[in-house]
Design a protein around this ligand. Structure first.
Ligand code: PCP
Length: 400
């Protein structure tokens, strides 16, 4: 059977996904016996958008899978942590020949996942306590869908849509009804009725109401037909009909409420991001976010030598020497200091080094947290960052 155009785990671990100049570097270092024991740091020079002032670190678990068994030591901030530009998120020590050739793959694990997790966290902050679901796997290569949805979940999604993504994070997949079902059955009520008859009872009954008719009248129709059984109506209204989407949603809410259907929630999808969520969150109960989350801008981490044989050295534009990243948990402020140095926060509190040793001589120093635990850590960090602050200000969004 033909293979998809992807590199499998073995090929990536073997170093096949590497820029060829690293292979050439390795052979030159071997033949000249010039390979050195180095300390390399991974950090982000700057965020891709001016609105971003922090990110959510993701992809560490996959990066460590690539490094397992190699005689190196890794310190990293915990997956799911908030991080800032120009702060080291990973520090690796060992002989360059034992890990240097994996730079391409290691950064690839971190850049894309952190980009998605960061965009998801922004949607999380915008949505507050409203439902937030990852609906964007269809916009990315199918082979990475589990990674994409794990990152979206870590960033703050309450659930994911693909079976493989849900399996990876240990949750049940979440979904409603596609237009394809309604179009083939010819009517929204018929399709919702068939769903209700055939799909197990523990799956919420969510009627998609933008296929044929005006959403207001379809909402009334399905609510009258299904009453208490109806959990929500989903509006995936196409751009050509969207007009003032907020007004449409407000009207649907009004019409449902005055007829005693206050229990029917509003579920929205299509073209959403943190900014549209901010505009709709006071009316909408759940958001399904696809493209803007799954294809979020990659965060361009780089990996640079900062020590050679224990002596500080770095290229121009990069501070040399092994570092500690001292965080004040109260202020969520970080201080980059020479490794092992203590630092008191400007607020007077102690700080602690959040670059924790996670791998020694190629073996994990502790069991890695599962996806749910990583997400919990991320939610705690976001809560600290956003405490007593307006979501729009945290997101550097235009005030609503
Ligand atoms: C899309 C599908 C996804 C939504 C929109 C993601 O609608 O419902 O869940 O949209 P986004 O990528 O713009 O955020 P359709 O493409 O109409 O698909 P379907 O009929 O299967 O719902």
């Amino acid at each position: 059977m033909k293979k998809l155009h992807i590199a499998d785990t073995e090929e990536v671990k073997r170093g096949d996904v590497t820029d060829v100049y690293f292979l050439r570097t390795e052979s030159i270092l071997r033949q000249t016996h010039q390979a050195k024991n180095v300390c390399m740091e991974i950090f982000l020079k700057s965020f891709p958008m001016p609105e971003y002032s922090w990110g959510i670190f993701a992809g560490l678990e996959e990066m460590l899978i690539l490094l397992e068994g190699r005689p190196i030591t890794v310190r990293a901030i915990p997956e799911g942590s908030i991080f800032f530009a120009r702060t080291p998120v990973v520090s690796i020590e060992g002989n360059y020949l034992d890990f240097g050739g994996l730079e391409t793959a290691m950064l690839g694990c971190l850049c894309q996942a952190s980009g998605i997790a960061t965009r998801a966290s922004r949607a999380r902050i915008a949505a507050g306590s409203k439902g937030l679901f990852s609906f964007g796997a269809r916009r990315m290569h199918p082979s990475i869908a589990p990674m994409v949805e794990r990152a979206a979940y870590i960033g703050g999604c309450d659930g994911v849509a693909t079976v493989a993504g849900a399996r990876l994070i240990g949750e049940k997949p979440v979904g409603t009804i596609p237009h394809a079902l309604i179009l083939q059955m010819g009517d929204t009520l018929k399709a919702t009725g068939a769903f209700d008859e055939i799909i197990p009872e523990d799956v919420p009954r969510v009627a998609l109401i933008d296929t044929f008719q005006d959403e207001k009248f379809e909402a009334i129709r399905v609510a009258q037909a299904f009453g208490k059984k109806l959990s929500a109506v989903r509006l995936d209204t196409p751009g050509s009909r969207r007009g003032d989407f907020r007004e449409i949603l407000r009207e649907v809410r009004w019409e449902l409420d005055i007829r005693g259907f206050g229990h029917v929630k509003l579920f929205v999808s299509g073209g959403l991001d943190e900014y549209t969520i901010l505009e709709l969150k006071d009316i909408v109960d759940s958001f399904g976010v696809g493209t803007r989350m799954s294809s979020a801008a990659s965060l361009d981490f780089s990996m640079d030598i900062v020590e050679i044989e224990g002596k500080p050295v770095a290229k121009r534009g990069k501070e040399s020497g092994k570092k500690s990243l001292m965080r004040c948990d109260e202020c969520m402020k970080d201080y980059v200091v020479p490794y092992g140095m203590s630092k008191t926060c400007d607020c007077g509190r102690d700080t602690k080094d959040i670059l924790e040793t996670v791998m020694e001589e190629g073996r994990l120093t502790k069991e890695l947290p599962n996806a749910r635990e990583v997400r919990s850590h991320s939610m705690e960090e976001i809560a600290r960052l956003t405490r007593d602050r307006d979501p729009a200000e945290v997101l550097n969004a235009k005030p609503i």
